[in-house]
Design a protein around this ligand. Structure first.
Ligand code: ACO
Length: 432
């Protein structure tokens, strides 16, 4: 808290009040408007949370203009180069990098929880193979919520740690089983000696040789790490709001998955692949599609370009572009995914030389290259958002823990601007 304040005056009543300004470590300071209603009888109004901070957080910092993304103060570029998904999960949860012992204990806690109740497989089997994997995933989280219902004790640190670990370990195993199911493969067993990414690849693609598994696990681990958190986005805010009612953490994560499923949140990388395939199969060159995206009469947009927050290159896109390059280079020249990457690179080059994209600060976002890598690994398109959810589970549980530990923790309850009817008398049906 600082002495900074903002004074606002109600022109009608001439009443003036001071509102304290809370100082952030980085990024805009915020005005504390809690006393607005008490002192002026007013509420603030900001649909879509365009200028509203919904909570205090120490987990992730984003500067969209500069293209910065930091987890607990560590730039994403450095973590992608030097860390891995498991260590980054520890960092997001515990606010520090682990030492060797910490990391070993944490990794063992996770792999010891790979043993997901196998009756969940019977439930997955109930879904037709063409069911959307995100719908199956929501049902699986509901299964876990039912199984762990009697233990709920969110104020207990031990309970929170156990459910956090259980979620981080179970969701990847369940995701692999969903993949096994939709590909009509046998359900594979988890292997406790493997990391989350290695185990996911091992369970999803048992037919690969060790070198191929290794190659795919490395790319997958970085994709998980890059998607692990992104501060107060729609699904994380959903997990916080849902969790604020003190519901089961499994149910709160199910709510987050439901929100992530939407095409304006987690579904854009599928759209990128569809666009690149269309360009590949058409007679036209990439310039035609860049022109089409600029035409206001045409609804076509360059998928994977532009972002509400990043008005600069999305730092995750740069890293995934490099991963795509390295991953595809190791595949043989006839691999059908290589032309998609070449088209994506050409599209990016043309768009970034074009004043339309430059003046609107439209740069490639994380989805522009992630679909290409996932496709090359062999993940079906309908599973892309599941991969995102699997990784984001770490961020969701980090935010859930932070919210409960917050001294101001209470149920989230937005207010409203009521624009409906005034008091109306009920008329009997025959008089209407
Ligand atoms: N192609 C062409 N023009 C675009 C694009 C695009 N991909 N994105 C934005 N524009 C233009 C808009 O037409 C608008 O032009 P105008 O000022 O002349 O009217 C201007 O750029 C600003 O665009 P908005 O839609 O107002 O930007 P907003 O912040 O609301 O939208 C969004 C961001 C939804 C990501 C948008 O850029 C988009 O639709 N991109 C394509 C879909 C996509 O890649 N989504 C994934 C986002 S990343 C994620 O969720 C993980």
């Amino acid at each position: 808290m600082t002495n900074k304040k903002i004074t606002i005056k109600d022109a009608e009543s001439n009443k003036e009040i001071d509102l304290p300004i809370l100082e952030s470590v980085l990024g805009p300071n915020v005005v504390d408007i809690k006393s607005l209603e008490k002192n002026l009888g007013l509420l603030s109004h900001d649909p879509g949370f365009l200028a509203t901070s919904s909570c205090e957080s120490k987990i992730t910092f984003i500067d969209g203009n500069e293209g910065k993304l930091w987890y607990r103060g560590y730039p994403i570029e450095e973590l992608a180069e030097k860390s891995n998904f498991t260590e980054t999960a520890y960092l997001l949860l515990k606010n520090k990098l682990p030492n060797i012992n910490d990391l070993e204990l944490f990794s063992n806690d996770i792999s010891n929880s790979y043993d997901v109740d196998s009756s969940i497989k019977d439930m997955i089997n109930v879904f037709s193979k063409d069911s959307h994997p995100m719908a199956i995933m929501i049902a699986c989280l509901s299964f876990l919520a039912a199984k762990h219902h009697k233990e709920i004790n969110i104020q207990n640190e031990k309970y929170r740690y156990e459910s956090t670990i259980n979620l981080i370990a179970s969701v990847p195993v369940i995701s692999a089983w969903i993949l096994n199911h939709i590909l009509s493969n046998n359900f594979q067993k988890p292997n406790k000696s493997l990391s989350i990414a290695e185990n996911f690849i091992n369970m999803s693609f048992p037919e690969l040789n060790e070198e191929q598994k290794n190659h795919s696990s490395k790319a997958m681990d970085i994709i998980f790490l890059l998607h692990a958190d992104h501060e107060q986005n729609a699904s994380t805010s959903t997990v916080r709001l849902s969790g604020s009612s003190e519901t089961s953490p499994y149910a709160a994560i199910a709510a987050g998955i439901t929100t992530l499923w939407g095409p304006t949140h987690g579904g854009a990388n599928e759209a990128v692949i569809n666009m690149l395939e269309e360009i590949k199969n058409s007679e036209r060159d990439v310039e035609h599609y860049v022109e089409q995206a600029k035409d206001k009469e045409n609804p076509f947009r360059l998928m994977g370009f532009g972002h509400r927050i990043y008005k600069n290159y999305d730092p995750r896109a740069k890293i995934i572009q490099k991963i795509a390059h390295e991953y595809l280079n190791k595949l043989d020249d006839n691999n059908p995914n290589k032309p998609l990457f070449d088209i994506a690179m050409k599209l990016e080059k043309h768009a970034l030389e074009d004043d339309y994209f430059v003046s609107r600060k439209l740069y490639p976002n994380v989805d522009f290259y992630s679909g290409i890598v996932l496709k090359a690994i062999g993940i079906p398109q309908s599973m892309y958002t599941v991969i995102f959810a699997l990784a984001r589970t770490v961020g969701w549980v980090a935010h859930w823990n932070e919210m409960i530990e917050d001294k101001n923790f209470r149920i989230g309850r937005p207010r409203q601007l009521y624009t409906g009817k005034n008091k109306t008398s009920y008329k009997d049906i025959k008089d209407r």
